[in-house]
Write a protein that binds this ligand. Sequence first.
Ligand SMILES: [Cu+2]
Length: 182
Amino acid sequence: MKFRHLTTLIALMLGFATFLAAAGGASAADTLTVQLTAQNNSGQSGTATLTDMGDGTTKVVLSLTDLGATPQPVHIHDGTCATLNPTPKYPLTNMVNGKSETVVKVSMSQLLAQPFAINAHKSGQEVSVYTACGNIVGKVAGMPATGGGGMARQPMLPLVLGAGLLTLVVAGGAVALRRRQA
Ligand SMILES: [Cu+2]
């Protein structure tokens, strides 16, 4: 009888911990998708997915039309695609086969505080030819537009850890009890 209660309790704890982990995970993924459109008849377009890493950095993942294995310089520039400052502000990892992934040392809120754009260049040799560009604008998923929402998820971490630890302790107790009964 006692053992059955414990099993129920463990099941409830596991369910609660899973729920907390899922809730925490959902709000932690503050992302923004930027559309890049083709320039100079390059035929290259796609998306940049920006993810706020929560530590003052942002992960930028590019997925554009594959123009081949020739490395293409990609950067975040000051300004908009229409009024681009030609000097790169934050260099990104060279794009190969339309793919690039970089963690830049700037927060998402900083990237949205003033005009920035992501552009792709044809190659290292033809860096002056732009192949695609997208303005960093839009609504960040999982964070209110007014800001401050980034703080909301911080208190969730101790809760998730606490629930997980409690589950382990209860489960360990159940195992010990079962050993004693055997
Ligand atoms: Cu550039």
